[in-house]
Write a protein that binds this ligand. Structure first.
Ligand code: NOJ
Length: 715
């Protein structure tokens, strides 16, 4: 966001002329659907913002604002979190969790830029994205909205998408939910997050630091509380840290009705007035949809309980974003033709391919789809084989706006069934449901068995559904639901090759699926082209390169199982469960084999504050070209506070032809070695560090190995 002296002057002039109510109205964002009664009168006033409004009404509201005394343009926000997905048939990209599997910053940045164009063309100005929450407790309902479990990866991918959103000045992005929301106790959406400030700085703040550096125009506060203080009223986090330390210059918006929550659920304010005072003086600029906030804030400001400078500063921050977006001069918008244009579809296709993760393959895939060799018949079975809703996940027009539109689905959106039909034109594709995701209605396992028996191979598409994914849809169980386990066992018993595609919004407990299937492909909500990409993967049209951004638990009781935990005296497992994650962060197979060798570090002894480089050769030893994500990890040997066993500190995605070798080089900076000490300072403590270059999380070690080198940092 650009801050110019000219705009600052215009803002000052406006502020001079505005009444207290004018200012507070700028600090309010209206959801029409929640306030049908108040809407007609309020929309005649100069409101700061609207959310979730689309279509012709947007322009009508703009015109109304123009007719008001100060004619300040409202800023229109929308939950375009994986593409402009509330609009039927715009480009709907894979969910954040799915795109995180690509570990591809370039593609994710382009996805952000493409989404900005579609949102802007539709008359809107602000995307409530990205989600920078950390998904360590996968019972939480919103795992699919995240970039996974690792602060480093989340920070890099979050920065990439923000650069894309903000690149052309078409929309403002919104880094959310500040902060620690994914860590709510018990994975229960919006509960208190019981972590210390040291932990906040070590784990939860780094992605927001990246977001601010990448130019995020806005930040959204989480619903929850942090150690008992509502995020919306947390002055230290909103003012001292976000603005003071990270240098954030945009504005802060609350999540939905957070002001109401402060007095009704958190009960740290007695009424709306106290809530308004706490929120505004803590550093909140805009209230998302608590109508009572308007009168309450006006009253508190008029009697001097909230200093006018604080209000002015909040309004200034909001107006800055509006000026930077060119809303005052009614900057020309993108043409509507960018919505779902061919270029965005090509981008979506590339990203979707890289969003799939091959979890198991005993050699059964790729399956030749040439006319001579294609299987005569393929059975496509399962609850997620032939429906787009679960493949889209949350925050799309099927989940939020017009589910009926789904029935008119054009044939350029692909379920796995549609993808198999297109990619295997010489095979007879037979389909049956087998069973629904939940419950038993419509289940016919005998029919599935007959179908599998009559085919040369089965593609089984299992997973979860929208009732198990999304806001406030936290789960106490992560096993397959309904009769899916029975279906899997029955199809397996047929004895033909079995390829399972998991269409889910989060990692489920899939020990059984891995054991019984010959190949397993994970598609987190893959959206428009998920089914096409899955069929292409099965046929070997491309070489899978996705790697997991999140670990899979063996069972719910074994959560959390994220890779960068601590060591302890005991073995860190359970007496009734195997140790560690079922599948760990960083893991993912391909159709070729990569060899890692010749690791070197530029220096063995490095002065504190200086950087060094680490490099290694990666060779494609197989017969198929492919992309490999080379990962850099670091372990700190000794320090004043315990540090994680190992941390991701770099990654590079490279393309390798068969037989090709590339040397991959990383620069390790002081930031990569830093810890947060007991005084909450981010420092590098001298001592030994092991640096690893690896295809997935390595076993951490204090010893040197082929792909692990020790570097000593001196005073
Ligand atoms: C609730 C969600 O928590 C947030 O992510 C979303 O952007 C807002 N409401 C607006 O819909």
């Amino acid at each position: 966001m650009k801050i110019t002296p000219e705009n600052e002057r215009k803002i000052s002039e406006l502020l001079e002329k505005m009444s207290v109510r004018d200012k507070i109205l700028q600090m309010f964002q209206m959801d029409k659907s929640a306030h049908k009664e108040e809407f007609p009168a309020l929309s005649e006033e100069n409101l700061g913002s609207y959310l979730s409004i689309m279509g012709e009404e947007v322009e009508a509201l703009r015109q109304k604002a123009k007719a008001t005394e100060h004619a300040i343009p409202p800023i229109f926000g929308i939950d375009a979190i994986h593409g402009h997905a509330w609009r039927p048939f715009a480009t709907i990209f894979p969910s954040q969790l799915a795109m995180a599997c690509s570990w591809n910053e370039e593609l994710i940045e382009e996805m952000g830029a493409a989404t900005a164009k579609e949102v802007n063309a539709d008359g809107l100005d602000w995307v409530f994205s990205p989600v920078l929450c950390i998904a360590r407790d996968t019972r939480w309902g919103r795992v699919d909205e995240t970039f996974g479990e690792d602060p480093y990866l989340i920070g890099k991918l979050g920065a990439a998408i923000i650069r894309g959103y903000e690149r052309d000045g078409l929309v403002a992005s919104c880094a959310k939910h500040y902060i620690g929301y994914g860590e709510a106790t018990g994975g229960r959406d919006s509960y208190d997050t019981e972590v210390t400030m040291r932990k906040v700085r070590e784990v939860f703040l780094p992605p927001f630091k990246e977001a601010v550096e990448a130019g995020a125009s806005t930040v959204m506060t989480a619903y929850g509380t942090l150690d008992g203080t509502p995020m919306t009223a947390h002055r230290e986090l909103l003012t001292d840290i976000l603005r003071g330390e990270l240098g954030f210059e945009g504005f802060v918006v609350t999540d939905y009705c957070n002001y109401k929550l402060i007095s009704t659920k958190h009960r740290v304010a007695q009424d709306a007035r106290e809530a308004a005072r706490l929120g505004i003086t803590a550093g909140n600029d805009m209230s998302m949809n608590t109508v009572a906030f308007i009168d309450a804030a006006v009253a508190e400001a008029e009697c001097g309980n909230i200093p006018m400078e604080t209000i002015d500063e909040a309004v200034r921050r909001i107006l800055r974003v509006k000026f930077a977006l060119g809303l005052f001069e009614e900057k020309e918008r993108m043409p509507k033709s960018v919505i779902a244009c061919k270029e965005h579809r090509r981008l979506n296709h590339a990203l979707t391919r890289e969003s799939l993760v091959l979890l198991k393959n005993n050699g059964v895939i790729p399956i030749d789809n040439s006319p001579e060799k294609a299987p005569k018949s393929i059975a496509v079975i399962g609850p997620n084989a032939n429906g787009m809703e679960n493949q889209y996940g949350d925050w799309t027009f099927t989940s939020h706006r017009e589910p009926a539109e789904y029935k008119r689905m054009k044939n350029d959106r692909y379920t796995v069934l549609a993808g198999m039909r297109e990619i295997f034109p010489d095979s007879e594709i037979k389909y049956c449901l087998g069973c629904p995701v939940s419950g038993e209605e419509g289940a016919d396992i005998a029919e599935a068995v007959r179908l599998a028996e009559s085919a040369d191979l089965t593609v089984l598409v299992l997973g979860d559904d929208l009732s198990q994914n999304g806001e406030a849809k936290d789960r106490a169980k992560l096993e397959l639901t309904g009769k899916q386990t029975e279906l899997l066992a029955a199809v397996k018993a047929v004895g033909k090759p079995l390829v399972t595609v998991m269409v889910t919004g989060k990692p489920l407990c899939i020990g059984d699926v891995l054991e019984k299937s010959d190949a397993v492909v994970q598609m987190f909500c893959g959206s428009d082209l998920g089914g096409l990409a899955a069929a292409e993967l099965i046929s070997g049209k491309f070489n899978p390169s996705g790697k997991l951004p999140i670990s899979y638990p063996r069972s719910v009781g074994a959560l959390p199982c994220y890779y960068n935990g601590y060591s302890s005296w005991h073995w860190g497992g359970y007496c009734d469960e195997e140790r560690g994650a079922l599948l760990s962060f960083g893991y993912g197979l391909s159709f070729t084999e990569y060899e890692y060798s010749d690791m070197e570090v530029s220096e063995r002894t490095v002065k504190n504050g200086e950087s060094f480089t680490v490099s290694a050769n990666v060779t494609n030893k197989g017969k198929m070209a492919g992309k490999e994500t080379v990962q850099l990890y670091i372990t700190d040997h000794f320090s004043s506070v315990m540090t994680p066993r190992i941390n991701l500190r770099g990654f590079k995605k490279i393309h390798l032809e068969p037989g090709e070798t590339k040397r991959v080089c990383f620069t390790v900076t002081p930031d990569d070695l830093a810890l947060v000490n007991r005084r909450e300072e981010t420092v590098v403590e001298p001592g030994k560090f092991t640096v690893y270059i690896a295809p997935c999380v390595p076993d951490f070690t204090y010893e040197e190995e082929k792909m692990a080198k020790i570097v000593e940092i001196t005073e």
